[in-house]
Design a protein around this ligand. Structure first.
Ligand code: FES
Length: 69
């Protein structure tokens, strides 16, 4: 799904940027240019960052639980 109408950046590209280490909006803007023009997509970018970080944390906790029993 295209999140940034100005640059055509998708939710998938934003999630990948987060998985690759972008930890905040500025990192995501640098990584994939979403949000760089009018800023109208910034609230959606923030939601995607938060959701992806939560998913990464849950995944890490699940791995930790498997490792520690
Ligand atoms: S919609 Fe993303 S910068 Fe304009």
């Amino acid at each position: 799904m295209i999140v940034c109408q100005c640059t055509g950046v998708t939710d998938r590209a934003i999630r990948k940027a987060v998985r690759d280490g972008a930890s905040n909006r500025n990192d995501v803007v640098r990584a994939c240019t979403a949000g760089k023009t009018c800023g109208g997509c910034v609230p959606a970018i923030d939601e995607i960052i938060e959701a992806e970080q939560g998913r990464i944390m849950r995944s890490g906790l699940a791995t930790l639980e498997l490792a520690t029993g």
